[in-house]
Design a protein around this ligand. Structure first.
Ligand code: DC
Length: 233
């Protein structure tokens, strides 16, 4: 039987992690877990509860309320997992600018990180998982067999995000998106709890000049090297 591994894909906001991760997971019938969606769902919960008066988050309320927050993934048919907050599918709602604007406040809270890391580890107990995020290769699965760290210039990432949102019919200006990406980079890199950084044994890829097909082929080669000990092409 084919060896099943954990693939950790980390990198900056909108660096294309999820597209690569989803494609690999679908191709190999692995579970795809978008850890950012988990932080986004908690941010949405905090917004709904009125715990965020930007730039302030009521951290005590969040920590006290963790026991009432249930984060899971629901999959319809053969489709990709969709994030559920206390049983409600919030996959679409968490993608807008409102949540993007406050999620860094929420993801900086160590107690929340600990709570979500516990769920992330339990989802991967049978391996065969591709998970993307910021701390997957460093904190969640330091023992992952394949670790990727993705980068690209902020302007390139903002342009991609702009087109993505436009395609989904979500209104946002390029300038707002760029500002949000730069702000999240700063917060992700500088927070105390599990800041964004490349694991020593992660393979770094700057995908700024690569097409989605080239990125997928590159990742497939890395996967084959780990699982089969060679590049199959
Ligand atoms: O990948 P994303 O943009 O959907 O992530 C949303 C936010 O969650 C991002 O600002 C950083 C945070 N995050 C994190 O702190 N740790 C992770 N493993 C994933 C995301």
């Amino acid at each position: 039987m084919e060896k099943r591994i954990i693939v950790a894909i980390d990198g900056h906001s909108s660096s294309g992690k999820s597209s690569m991760a989803k494609q690999l997971a679908q191709k190999h019938a692995y579970l795809y877990i978008d850890s950012g969606a988990m932080y986004r769902a908690v941010a949405l919960y905090c917004l709904r509860k009125g715990w965020i008066k930007s730039p302030d988050l009521n951290v005590e309320a969040l920590i006290g309320g963790l026991k009432d927050i249930n984060i899971s993934f629901c999959t319809e048919g053969q489709g990709l997992p969709r994030i559920c907050l206390n049983g409600e599918d919030v996959e679409d709602e968490i993608r807008g600018m409102e949540v993007a604007g406050v999620v860094s406040l929420v993801s900086a809270v160590p107690e929340l990180r600990q709570y979500l890391v516990g769920i992330q580890r339990s989802l991967a107990r049978n391996k065969g998982v591709v998970m993307d995020g910021r701390d997957i290769g460093t904190a969640v699965f330091p023992e992952a067999e394949l670790k990727i760290f993705l980068t690209a210039a902020a302007a390139v990432r903002a342009q991609r995000r702009y087109l993505e949102l436009k395609e989904k019919g979500i209104k946002a200006s390029y300038e707002d998106i760029l500002h949000n990406i730069e702000m999240r980079d700063q917060m992700d890199l500088n927070r105390q709890a599990s800041p964004l950084r490349k694991a020593d044994d992660a393979i770094e890829l700057d995908n700024g000049q690569m097409s989605p097909e080239e990125q997928n082929a590159w990742l497939e080669d890395r996967f084959n090297e780990v699982v089969y000990g060679k590049n199959r092409n």
